[in-house]
Structure formats: structure tokens, C-alpha cells
Design a protein around this ligand. Structure first.
Ligand code: GDP
Length: 432
């Protein structure tokens, strides 16, 4: 889905507006500097079009002051987004700290939607139109609090986003889309260099407006693959490098644009919190996954022993992902990546026929009925695979299922049909 990044000073009402856009109240917390959020991107739908909202507000390079902080937001936004929503408090107008933002946005060439927030009455509406002089186009008066103007604003945002997503999965025959992700220094760029060798084509953003080349097309195993946001891997962006918020934002948007993620883990080091957070992001995205344990040249028997324990303990949620051990530095076992990617994508796109699925479910339920709960025994009545990529199953039941029983069904689905390399989504619809 195309990405809309929201930029603005704290207190201009950015969070309220983001909540309006994504249609949820609880999703975005209060706009406090220094508050690190788990998530920075949210899925939204308007008029039947899906897009991703990225809230840059979590960016807080604390010591460097507000002006720098919001300028940094803008830099991130123009790098990751297809369009930028710039939120200004109409009552306050443009402050000094906004000036740098305006320059960055104008220079980027990205489409910008200018929202003049807190327009709760006629007088502020007049002030809102004063924002024309910024050269960012027509200011759209809104009141995030009352919801006023938010329909118009969403229309404007959609108009600014590319009509068809710059790259859609359904577009058959296009190169498969891969995101290489992992914490810093695990060897992502070494891996990319090994894969690319000489055969490297840099692809500009589809809109043609970006300064940054983003993706690379690489020929591997007889076909072309599109590696997403390799600029983020190859270039250490000065202003923002090293900041974890920036890294996770870049990771999220890369995964969002990809079909399959390659999670690179430094095999010579303990699996870390940061690795687990990235795994969580991948799981939430519903993308296919391959795990590459890199720096295998540094893994001795003792480390191997502990790594196996860590895999059992920390990677249990993604035990379905194909794992490969590689040494990116020398290219050892690099050739195992493509087969693993192909298996993961195959699992991701597997479709089970309704007849086949229900005969499996019938057998399963007969052999292992749901446990009785306060006198009731929910039954699985009928199932269907509603979607692929990732495989999504809808189960119609006579009552709510235990979480444990849902996990059991998922496990058996995997045993029966494979689904290597892909998460499975189960939706239970109790008929109560
Ligand atoms: P990135 O931040 O994830 O892109 O990591 P880099 O590719 O920049 O690698 C970080 C460091 O790890 C560099 O010093 C690399 O030379 C080193 N490195 C990468 N892959 C390997 C490997 O397979 N074995 C060893 N021993 N070092 C590696």
C-alpha cells in the first residue's frame, strides 16, 4: 500500500488527526516528546483504497531541540513516504521550527497535503487560508477534535498518493519483492553485496520524484528479484543513522512494500530484544519470512549449542520460517537463499480448496474435539480459505474457540498442507 507520512510539531493535533484517519481512538498515544512507540505505521482505508499511515511523531533526538527534531521527521517522511501530510496549527501559524520543514518538503518534490488544524470557527478559517504563502498548495482547514473537514482531507491525501500502489503484488510477472532486514551490523549490506556482485540495477521510485534510488533489481537463480529500499541498507543516512526509531520505521516500510522478508541475524551473538522486535513487526505484517543466520564463520560448537536453545526459546513464534546459515563475507551458502525464498513465497501463496479443507477439518474435529467449557462444546462447522498472501482462513463455529484450540488447528494445518515460510491467519466467526 502507498505510504502517507504525517509530519508536524507536538501539540498541533497530529495524533488526533492520525487517529481520525485510521479510524481508531486507541491506536496513537498522546503526542509527548520522548515517548517511544512500539508501532509507527498503521493501515488505513478510505473510499475503498488502502494506504499506510506513518506517524513520524515518535522521532525525538532529545538533546537537539524541537526545530531539529521536526526537521528530522520531515527528512524521514520524504524518504519513506509516497506523500506527506504536513499538519499546522492554524491558530498559531508557521513557527520558526516549521521553516526547515517547509524547505525540506518543497525540495523533495513529494506531494504534500497541508492540513490547517484546529479550525474550529470562521475566524481561524480565514487564518488557515493565510498558509497559501508557504507554497505547499491549498491549505485544508480541519478540526481534528470535531472531525470537521477530515473527509476532505482524506480525499486530498488519496489524491496525493499514487493511484495504483507503486508496486502491487497482484501485478503478475513482476519481479518478486524482498526486504532484507535486521539490526545494525548483522551483515545486511555484506549480504546484499554478495548477492548483487556486478549484476545490479538501481531502480528509482515509481513516482519519479525521489532523489534517492530505492530498490535494486538483482538476477538470481535465473530470475530477477527486486530488493526493497536498498538505499537504506547501503547508505548510512547522516542525520538519522543509528537512531532506533529511524531504523524501525525504515524496517516497517520496507517490509510493508515487500512480499518476503529476509531477517538477518548475527549467528555469533545472542538473539537480542531488537531481533525479537523486528520479528514481531514481520509477524504483524503477514509477509513471508526467511531467517538467515550470518557470520557462520564465527559460530563454534559452543555458540552453536546456545544458538539452538535461543532458536527454541526466542524464535518459537516463527518456527515455520526456513532458516539458512551463511557467511555473507565470503559468500558461503549464499546460494541457499533463493531456494528458501522460493519455498517461503510458495507457502505464502498456497490456496487450499474448500472441499479439501473441510474434509481435513472434519477429520480433525472428529479426532480432537474442542474441550467442553462450562457445559458447552463449540464445534467447527465449516471453513474456507478467504485469502492467500498470507493464507487466511475463516472458520465458522458454533461458539468461541479456546486460544489453545486455535493454535492446535493452525499447527495441524501446517502439518497437513505445509505453509513453510508463511504466517497463517485464522479468523473465527462464532454463530452465537
Ligand atoms: P549491516 O549494518 O547489517 O549492513 O552490516 P554490514 O554488512 O555493514 O556488516 C557489519 C560488519 O560485520 C562488517 O564489519 C562486516 O565485514 C562484518 N560481517 C558481515 N558479514 C560477515 C560474516 O559473514 N562473517 C564475519 N566474520 N563478519 C561479517
Amino acid at each position: 500500500a502507498p505510504v502517507l507520512a504525517v509530519v508536524g510539531r507536538p501539540n498541533v493535533g497530529k495524533s488526533t488527526l492520525v487517529n481520525r484517519i485510521i479510524g481508531r481512538r486507541e491506536a496513537v498515544v498522546e503526542d509527548k516528546p520522548g515517548v517511544t512507540r512500539d508501532r509507527v505505521s498503521y493501515d488505513a482505508v478510505w473510499n475503498g483504497r488502502a494506504f499506510t499511515v506513518v506517524d513520524t511523531g515518535g522521532w525525538d533526538p532529545d538533546a537537539r531541540g524541537l526545530a531539529k527534531s521536526i526537521a528530522a521527521q520531515a527528512e524521514i517522511a520524504v524518504q519513506v513516504a509516497d506523500a506527506v501530510l504536513f499538519v499546522v496549527d492554524a491558530g498559531v501559524g508557521i513557527t520558526d521550527s516549521d521553516e526547515a520543514v517547509v524547505r525540506i518538503l518543497r525540495k523533495s518534490g513529494k506531494p504534500v497535503v497541508l492540513a490547517a488544524n484546529k479550525v474550529d470557527d470562521q475566524r481561524t478559517e480565514a487564518e488557515a487560508y493565510g498558509l497559501w504563502h508557504l507554497g505547499l498548495g491549498e491549505p485544508i482547514p480541519v478540526s481534528a477534535l470535531h472531525g470537521r473537514g477530515s473527509g476532505d482531507l482524506l480525499d486530498a491525501c488519496l489524491a496525493a498518493l499514487p493511484e495504483t500502489p507503486p508496486e502491487s503484488f497482484t501485478e503478475l510477472g513482476g519481479p518478486r519483492r524482498i526486504a532484507i532486514v535486521g539490526r545494525p551490523n548483522v551483515g545486511k549490506s555484506s549480504l546484499l553485496n554478495q548477492l548483487a556482485q556486478e549484476d545490479r540495477v538501481v531502480v528509482d521510485d515509481a513516482s519519479g520524484t525521489t532523489v534517492d534510488p530505492v530498490d535494486e533489481l538483482i538476477q538470481l537463480g535465473g530470475r530477477e528479484w527486486r530488493f526493497i529500499d536498498t538505499a537504506g541498507i547501503r547508505k548510512r543516512v547522516k542525520t538519522a543513522s543509528g537512531h532506533e526509531y529511524y531504523a524501525s520505521l525504515r524496517t516497517e516500510t520496507a517490509i510493508e512494500r515487500a512480499e518476503v522478508a529476509v531477517l538477518v541475524i548475527d549467528g555469533s551473538q545472542s538473539v537480542s530484544e531488537q531481533d525479537m522486535r523486528i520479528i514481531q513487526t514481520i509477524r504483524e505484517s503477514g509477509r513471508a519470512l526467511v531467517i538467515a543466520f550470518n557470520k557462520w564463520d564465527l559460530v563454534d560448537d559452543e555458540r552453536r549449542y546456545y544458538l539452538d536453545r535461543e532458536i527454541e526459546r526466542d524464535l518459537v513464534q516463527v518456527q515455520w520460517a526456513p532458516r539458512i546459515n551463511v557467511t555473507a563475507r565470503t559468500g558461503w551458502h549464499i546460494d541457499r537463499l533463493v531456494p528458501a525464498l522460493e519455498r517461503a513465497l510458495e507457502g505464502w501463496e498456497t490456496r487450499i480448496g474448500t472441499g479439501q479443507l473441510n474434509s481435513f477439518l472434519g477429520r480433525l474435529v472428529a479426532e480432537h474435539p474442542h474441550p467442553v467449557r462450562s457445559g458447552k462444546q463449540p464445534k467447527v462447522l465449516f471453513g474456507t480459505q478467504a485469502a492467500t498472501a498470507p493464507p487466511t482462513f475463516v472458520l465458522f463455529t458454533s461458539g468461541k474457540l479456546d486460544a489453545g484450540y486455535e493454535r492446535f488447528i493452525e499447527r495441524r494445518l501446517r502439518e497437513e498442507f505445509g505453509f513453510v515460510g508463511t504466517p497463517i491467519s485464522l479468523e473465527v466467526r462464532p454463530r452465537e
